[in-house]
Design a protein around this ligand. Structure first.
Ligand code: SF4
Length: 397
């Protein structure tokens, strides 16, 4: 067994899980109330029923390269990933899920297309959850066999509909991939699961076309209270994909739809996790983790600010407590914005002011200004993690 990562349930993990988030962020009044959904349990992560919205992502390594996969899982978890999905594309891949589950401190979901036997094998190996693509898993009896075993083992199933791989008869009936066809595909499989008294189900209705996926989720939400996994599939490059994902997810989340999210990008899954978390934070649906606020810069800029922002963001990537950090590029308008954050820096030429909890805290200067600011952020993080009240403001010349 790999010792690369803390073992789930061993009590030795120091990595946070979604349920460590103190409490769901107060629901922003500008968003519609969250849709009341059934709650399912994926390992120790609750999904639906008002639970905090977990961020998921998927590994991009060869599953059978267990070491590489576990390292990628570790990186994803460090970025804030709360559920990890791994392809069980072959029996050999399904065979290593015992090692993946043992090496991950968050639930591991096996992604299964085409061959139901891979789902069976992954369950034999102790996988936490399954994703089945109803468009290509095949005959009813195969789904039934998977469902019976999942019920016996208490393993939840995501019915993962994808507009790009709908059943042929539904494409014919609806004249192509449509929101209605996607919803019908989902209900066809829900019916199979429910016929076996299986209700530990969540559903996704992904498309690369944002209006189509939005409509599919809306239609489904009117008819069912199963929890929903949101995503825009094959969203594209980091730039375009982040925008498309933010649009689709924000529309639905603002309508109260969505119980877990995954951002799909043609890049490192760590970026998917970071974008997913930013979407939730931007909407006020999660408060844990650092939000770095930076001014857009303008002609008044007095320092080389963008590398500073980059360094602070990277430095704080693994901090899980809620914290607002502001970096402003001049001493004219910077102070006003820097005051609004838990800790802010109005960076002037050769000299700048740190603001803490809305008050001027320390004037810093010289080549090591940024090092000093980062040191103050680290102290504040340590104080907040220990629950120590922050010291009174002092000012250095
Ligand atoms: Fe420009 Fe200063 Fe505002 Fe940044 S804080 S955008 S540098 S005026």
């Amino acid at each position: 067994m790999s010792t690369l990562l803390p073992v789930a349930g061993s009590g030795v993990s120091t990595l946070p899980t979604v349920n460590d988030a103190k409490a769901p962020a107060p629901h922003p009044k500008t968003l519609a109330p969250r849709r009341k959904t059934r709650q399912i349990r994926l390992g120790d992560v609750l999904i639906g029923g008002g639970a905090p919205i977990p961020v998921q992502s998927m590994t991009k390594t060869e599953t059978t390269d267990v070491e590489a996969t576990l390292w990628q899982i570790r990186d994803m978890i460090m970025a804030g990933c709360e559920v990890v999905r791994v392809t069980a594309n072959t029996l050999e891949a399904a065979d290593v899920f015992d090692r993946l589950v043992a090496g991950s401190s968050v639930p591991v979901v096996a992604d299964v297309h085409f061959d139901y036997r891979n789902a069976i094998r992954a369950m034999e190996k102790g996988v936490t959850g399954l994703r089945l693509n109803p468009g290509n898993i095949g005959a009813r009896w195969k789904v039934e066999e998977v469902t019976r075993m999942a019920k016996d083992k208490g393993i939840p199933i995501r019915i993962g509909v994808n507009a790009g791989s709908l059943e042929k008869d539904l494409l014919k009936k609806h004249g192509g991939p449509t929101p209605e066809a996607m919803v019908e595909s989902a209900f066809r499989h829900i019916e199979i699961l429910e016929s076996l008294a299986f209700f530990e189900t969540k559903v996704s209705l992904k498309a690369s076309n944002v209006p189509m996926m939005v409509e599919a989720y809306r239609l489904f939400s009117k008819r069912s209270d199963y929890p929903l996994h949101l995503g825009v599939t094959e969203a594209g490059s980091q730039f375009a994909g982040s925008i498309k994902s933010a649009m689709g997810l924000a529309v639905l989340l603002s309508e109260g739809i969505g119980d877990t999210i995954r951002v799909s990008l043609a890049t490192d899954p760590v970026e998917e996790v970071r974008v997913g978390r930013e979407i939730l934070k931007g909407l006020g649906l999660r408060e844990d983790g650092v939000t770095v606020i930076a001014c857009p810069t303008c002609g008044r800029l007095e320092v080389d600010m963008l590398p500073m922002v980059d360094r602070v963001e990277k430095h704080l990537a693994n901090v899980k407590i809620p914290l607002q950090v502001a970096i402003m590029g001049c001493s004219v308008n910077g102070p006003g914005e820097a005051r609004e954050a838990d800790i802010g820096f109005a960076a002037g030429k050769d000299m700048g002011m740190i603001y803490k909890n809305g008050e001027p805290f320390r004037r810093i200067g010289g080549l090591n200004m940024l090092d000093e600011f980062i040191r103050e952020i680290d102290l504040l993080v340590a104080e907040k993690e220990k629950g120590i009240p922050t010291p009174a403001a002092t000012e250095e010349g």
